[in-house]
Design a protein around this ligand. Structure first.
Ligand code: ADP
Ligand code: MG
Length: 593
């Protein structure tokens, strides 16, 4: 039964607003850093503790006057806009006046702040959204905000928090996104007493990208720069030789604000199409400076999404900006890496835009970005393929061993064909090999067993981002059981000392960076699932690819290994390894029955 209509008390409205603004500790980090940047800070230090349930942000920005301190925690109180029109001209990150009250409504906040011109500062304590005290305090210029008991009063939210490592990863990511766009500011982050990020101020964007995303990547960057009336697209994108396993390396900023926009991500991919393999992704840090009349930043509570007045034009401009720089790259001969890719002409590129736009509309809404061809080649499941066919006689997989089948040959570069007394068996060579490697690697992680490792003659040093470093530190022990021995090497470097012998044909650097990307994609707090994801990633990278000829000897070895592997009917990702075309199905297809 609905009751009477009441106006909700402010404490409750703040908690409701907090639901939109503060999704997790990293959202608090984002809002606080943005406030510091708006206050003109050049030094920003973030400390997190207690599995991200406490954090403290210190800046050397403008500070807040004592008489404004209480207002800062009131809803819709801001110093950044005074009229509605201002939100379209706003150059600051904030303007909604929602962050501080939202944060304070779900935690305890203690703020100390001092204006440069004041001799004395102010300390404010806010509990459950209510200002408890405001008093004079001695403190340095700038603002320090300590947020503790995050979500303590909102148990539902607290329950949704992931492991410390995952939440910390999100905080680091939020900080990195802001650090990328503000090279003039020094950023420091300390997690549980350990310094995980310390980026000095730099004049150069390229240098900043190197410090945040790793020196490895920054050596592969091409600058880009496209100017139109009211629009400037600039930044850096990787050479086609450098690719990654996911689209997380694509950073897009509109008027220096990091945004998530799958449409523009797709534009980036379109520019690289045919230059890089399907399902590989470039990295890019793209800044779009656009006149404020052409973009609305007030469409998302955390301002992570924006609306362009003309999205198609933006799409085209992004492709063109990248195309110009990628085709320019071709003019410089690459002696070290000859590169087998075909560089299309500019005209070809631009013609692609319309085409891609058309296809994008069809595939829009998919969480992950794939080129459409990649989607078409996805393997259909067995049941859907033969849904209508009668399955009168099943051949149970226990009833045969792969070594006992007679091998007929390979089709489409991918499927191994075998004859069985009661039908034909098609085996997916990549999925099968993947399963075999997965089982072998998994054996190594059971107590007392180790997978044979091969020492590298030259240990391979890899520069990784702070986030990747955090992921790898957790994995050192389980990886060693598979034969992949990695150690921190100081700063942002790690060193690979040995490889699993069965994967020794792979490039250690690529294997490790791909692994890190696979693992940072999903949040897997359960250690067993995390271990399996790690093994699946290694197995996938090591397995023979499609379109690779296998000798009869290799096929035989694969069959023997498969017979020894448990669960040999699906690959580690759960796709089928083989399908059986039963005699009855064939007869029905040939209309013999
Ligand atoms: P908004 O950023 O949308 O204005 P917030 O709730 O984030 O709203 O902050 C409210 C006000 O508090 C800001 O407008 C600003 O005047 C002040 N403020 C917040 N953080 C800082 C800071 N680190 N340094 C100086 N002023 C700050
Ligand atoms: Mg703000």
């Amino acid at each position: 039964m609905p009751g009477r209509i009441v106006v909700l008390p402010e404490e409750l409205t703040n908690q409701i607003a907090a639901g939109e603004v503060v999704e997790r500790p990293a959202s608090i980090v984002k809002e606080l850093i943005e406030n510091s940047l708006d206050a003109g800070a050049t030094e920003i230090t973030l400390e997190i503790a207690d599995g991200c349930r406490s954090l403290k942000l210190t800046d050397n920005g403008s500070g807040i006057a004592k008489e404004d301190c209480a207002l800062a925690f009131a809803r819709f109180a801001t110093s950044k806009i005074y009229r509605f029109e201002d939100i379209y001209l706003v150059k600051s990150f904030g303007f909604r006046g929602e962050a501080l009250p939202s944060i304070a409504s779900i935690s305890r906040v203690e703020m100390t702040t001092r204006l440069k011109e004041s001799a004395i500062g102010t300390r404010v304590v806010v509990e459950a959204g209510t200002v408890k005290s405001i008093e004079d305090a001695g403190c340095p210029t700038g603002t320090s905000i300590k947020v503790t008991d995050i979500f303590a009063s909102v148990p539902v939210r607290r329950k949704f928090l992931k492991t410390d490592a995952v939440e910390q990863g999100h905080c680091l990511e939020a900080t990195e996104r802001l650090a990328l766009a503000h090279p003039e500011v020094r950023f420091k982050m300390v997690a549980s007493g350990r310094e995980v990020l310390n980026i000095p101020a730099s004049k150069e964007f390229r240098q900043r990208i190197g410090l945040v995303l790793g020196a490895e990547l920054s050596s592969q960057l091409l600058p880009l720069d496209l100017k139109r009336e009211g629009l400037h697209i600039w930044g850096f994108a990787t050479r086609p030789e450098y690719t990654r396993a996911n689209s997380k390396g694509i950073y897009i900023y509109v008027n220096r604000r990091y945004i998530r926009d799958s449409f523009l991500n797709h534009a980036v991919m379109t520019a690289y199409r045919s230059l890089i393999d399907q399902k590989r992704y470039p990295s890019a840090v793209l800044f779009i400076d656009i006149s404020s009349a052409d973009v609305d930043v007030n469409v998302h509570p955390a301002k992570m999404e924006v609306r362009f007045r003309n999205p198609r034009e933006m799409y085209g401009a992004v492709v063109e900006a990248l195309a110009v720089s990628l085709t320019g790259a071709a003019a410089v001969p690459q002696r070290e890496t000859p590169g087998s890719y075909h560089l299309p002409s500019r005209g070809e590129y631009l013609g692609r835009v319309e085409d891609a736009l058309r296809r994008y509309t069809i595939h829009e809404g998919k969480g992950k970005l794939f080129f459409p061809q990649a989607q078409q080649t996805r393997r259909p499941d067995v049941p859907s393929l033969f849904a209508e066919a009668p399955r009168t006689e099943e051949i149970p997989s226990e009833s045969f061993s792969f070594t006992s089948l007679s091998y007929l040959g390979q089709a489409l570069g991918t499927y191994l064909i075998f004859s069985h007394p009661r039908g034909i068996i098609l085996l997916d060579q990549h999925a099968a090999h993947e399963r075999v490697l997965f089982e072998k690697l998994r054996k190594g992680t059971t107590p007392g067993r180790h997978v044979a490792a091969q020492r590298l003659l030259m240990p391979e040093v890899i520069n990784v981002s702070a986030r990747q470093l955090a992921v790898i530190v957790e994995l050192i022990a389980p990886l060693e059981e598979t034969g992949l021995e990695i150690e921190p090497f100081g700063g942002d470097a790690i060193v690979v000392k040995s490889m699993p012998a069965m994967l020794s044909h792979l490039d250690p650097k690529r294997l490790v960076t791909d692994l890190l990307e696979d693992l940072s994609e999903d949040e897997l707090p359960d250690p067993t699932k995390r271990r399996d994801a790690m093994l699946a990633s290694l197995a996938c990278r090591g397995a023979v690819k499609a379109n690779h000829d296998l000798s009869e000897q290799e096929v035989h070895t694969l069959c023997r290994d498969l017979d020894e592997a448990p669960f040999s009917s699906t690959c580690p990702h759960g796709r089928p390894l083989y399908i059986i075309l039963e005699e009855a199905v064939l007869e029905k297809m040939f209309k013999r029955r």
